[in-house]
Design a protein around this ligand. Structure first.
Ligand SMILES: CC(C)(COP(=O)(O)OP(=O)(O)OC[C@H]1O[C@@H](n2cnc3c(N)ncnc32)[C@H](O)[C@@H]1OP(=O)(O)O)[C@@H](O)C(=O)NCCC(=O)NCCS
Length: 158
């Protein structure tokens, strides 16, 4: 296990002070959504609909290494965004974020997670497949800039 491995990161709820660093991190990941601040503000607002769960992975000096956001419409949820800083990838942090999210979603009576991923995003596809997601549909030309098809995936929570 390297010094940067997931064991050295904790996952916690995203708070307002995390929005700036999370947006900065997302902007470095070409396959993560590049949302404006208003989307993050809504994600942290418990009164906004649909409700969202937003979490971050932080190291011992509180630097954000990753984030994940899901919207809830029980019994379904949509994994809208997940990202890990490039130099921390392949160390289990994405898995730690997903597993934390799944625990929270189960507690909120969610039994199925849906998501869309670019066909060109081989890393995202590999990550989701290894975590049990399966393709349930294809949305041609769903993405723009650059144009791409979306693979619709789903996993049933046990
Ligand atoms: C997808 C992403 C969140 C995965 O985070 P991560 O912390 O690197 O993931 P993990 O280390 O937990 O990987 C778990 C498993 O997923 C698979 N995987 C992850 N990255 C992979 C890659 N580049 N190639 C092939 N398989 C990969 C592997 O099976 C890996 O296990 P292993 O390292 O023991 O082989 C990260 O690559 C990322 O931020 N990508 C850019 C943003 C993005 O595409 N988000 C998804 C669409 S919103």
């Amino acid at each position: 296990m390297s010094a940067n491995s997931a064991a050295f990161f904790t996952v916690r709820k995203m708070v307002a002070a995390d929005i700036g660093p999370t947006m900065a991190l997302a902007s470095t990941l070409k396959d993560a959504p590049h949302w404006p601040q208003s989307v993050y503000d809504a994600a942290l607002d418990p009164s906004s609909t649909p409700r969202r769960i937003a979490i971050v992975a932080v190291n011992e000096v509180s630097e954000i290494a990753g984030f994940a956001i899901a919207s809830l419409l029980p019994p379904q949820a949509e994994l809208e965004s997940i990202g890990v800083r490039a130099n921390f990838q392949r160390q289990g942090i994405g898995t730690k974020l997903l597993s934390h999210l799944i625990d929270e979603l189960k507690a909120a009576a969610v039994s199925e997670i849906l998501l869309e991923v670019r066909t060109s995003n081989h890393t995202g596809n590999a990550f989701y497949l290894v975590h049990g997601f399966r393709q349930i549909g294809l949305r041609p030309r769903y993405y723009t800039e650059p144009e791409d098809d979306a693979i619709l995936m789903s996993v049933t929570l046990g």
